[in-house]
Design a protein around this ligand. Structure first.
Ligand SMILES: NC(=O)c1ccc[n+]([C@@H]2O[C@H](COP(=O)([O-])OP(=O)(O)OC[C@H]3O[C@@H](n4cnc5c(N)ncnc54)[C@H](O)[C@@H]3O)[C@@H](O)[C@H]2O)c1
Ligand SMILES: [Zn+2]
Length: 401
């Protein structure tokens, strides 16, 4: 006979994602109220970490933050720490260590704050340090790229890269709050402005056909840097991501499936194969194109929908061909994707615009045709997908079985 005590409890997580403009204007109280609302300190302590790329585009940011903190009784324990922007920040283990040392030196406790301001990479790195110091201090994220505002900065994950693998070291840890300030988007360079839209296309394709049609209608405005159109895209995309985390039943990804990673197995591999020359969102756009073509070739997504998807990615301005898609080691991305999630390989494909479904294997020979198809499309603008053959229809049947 076995003796056991079965333990089971749940913990409620709550955080708000604010949408605002000019959060450091003295009359904008979002940050001040967030910091003061549940604090027992008269002048709550806050350690700030800012993305260097953001600072070069906004050199007066540290002084604005200092004025704001003084005005709103927030105790900035030190001048803002400035860390490199971009993926490099996730490839240097000394950087999270520096943050941990500062958390220790300045006495940031579990009732004080770390404010992380920057792109998704900086938020991921600072998030790891904040989640592990004292087993978790309060982290307020201020995402400043499109991708960070509509995806990377609003969810429950953090991480850095190790052993040549994306996000190998990281935790699931919801933030204390997130403040999306649309005004920051204005200084993004064109590639970063565009890159984040790939995540919106992704979530529209698997969850929301109407949002996809909005993206189709807005593609040229987005390519022309229309601020109003971008605000709507970020808002809706963030809402869909948050809804998924809240309602899909697996916020900490304990299962094998990760539907929001449509297009991502190839994307993660392409980021590595291009030595991160390709930005995450740019790689995701290619991954979406590939997995959409594959969905068509196995007989699921119809030709009309496929044409629309490729046309939208094109109109937004994504480059859909890079030579690395032809690298045979692209398929190592599948094994790495499975390993990262654990369990059986689960890849999301498309039935139609707005509806994803899952498969557990990828036919590599057919995927080689997928790659060739994308290359032809990207280099020649060919827009008529090949007709489905009996042979590929057979593959589709096998996949869904
Ligand atoms: N944690 C998650 O759930 C999650 C989800 C998706 C992606 N991610 C990660 O997010 C990262 C990508 O994030 P990203 O797309 O924000 O890119 P990024 O963080 O690499 O930033 C891109 C560039 O923009 C600069 N920058 C940031 N804000 C700026 C501004 N307002 N004006 C001018 N320049 C600015 C940065 O310095 C950097 O050079 C990847 O590491 C990816 O793995 C994480
Ligand atoms: Zn992504």
């Amino acid at each position: 006979m076995q003796d056991l005590i079965h333990q089971s409890f749940s913990v409620q997580f709550e955080y708000s994602v604010f949408f605002t403009e000019k959060m450091l204007a003295l009359d904008n109280v979002v940050l001040a109220e967030t910091v003061h609302s549940r604090s027992r300190q008269d002048r709550p302590k806050m350690l700030t970490v800012i993305d260097a790329g953001l600072i070069s585009a906004n050199p007066d940011l540290p002084s604005k933050l200092e004025q704001y903190a003084a005005h709103h009784q927030i105790n900035l324990v030190a001048p803002p720490m400035i860390v490199p922007g971009g993926e490099a920040v996730k490839n240097e283990p000394a950087l999270p260590d520096n943050i941990l040392q500062a958390i220790d030196r300045f006495g940031i406790c579990r009732h004080s704050y770390v404010l992380a301001v920057g792109g998704g990479a900086v938020l991921d790195m600072v998030g790891l340090a904040a989640a592990t110091a004292h087993r978790g201090v309060r982290l307020i994220r201020v995402p400043t790229t499109v991708l960070a505002q509509n995806d990377a900065g609003i969810g429950v994950k953090n991480g850095i890269n190790a052993f040549g693998k994306k996000n190998f070291i990281g935790t699931f840890c919801p933030p204390y709050a997130v403040i999306n300030d649309f005004a920051f988007l204005q200084t993004l360079d064109m590639r970063d402005w565009r890159a984040g839209v790939a995540e919106a296309v992704k979530i529209a394709l698997i969850r929301d056909a109407e949002f996809f049609h909005f993206l189709e209608d807005s593609a040229h405005a987005l390519a022309a840097r229309d601020h109003g159109a971008m605000k709507m895209v970020v808002r809706r995309c963030a809402e869909l991501h948050l809804r998924h985390i809240r309602t899909a039943g697996d916020p900490f990804e304990l299962g094998s499936a990760r539907p929001l990673d449509f297009g991502h197995w190839a994307a993660h591999r392409l980021e590595i194969l291009t030595s991160y020359e390709l930005k995450h969102g740019e790689a995701v756009a290619i991954g979406i194109a590939l997995d959409s073509i594959y969905s068509h070739l196995i007989g699921c997504l119809d030709a009309k929908d496929l044409r629309k998807i490729l046309a939208v990615l094109n109109a937004i301005g994504f480059r859909l061909y890079v030579p690395e898609i032809e690298d045979p080691s692209l398929f190592e991305g599948l094994a790495q994707f499975r390993e990262h999630l654990g369990g059986v390989l689960t890849v999301t494909l498309l039935d139609s615009i707005g509806r994803g479904f899952e498969v557990h294997e990828i036919d590599q020979a057919l995927y080689a045709r997928t790659i060739k198809y994308l290359k032809d499309y990207a280099l020649t603008g060919m827009v008529s997908p090949p007709r489905l053959s009996m042979e590929t229809a057979g593959v589709a049947h096998a996949h869904r079985a």
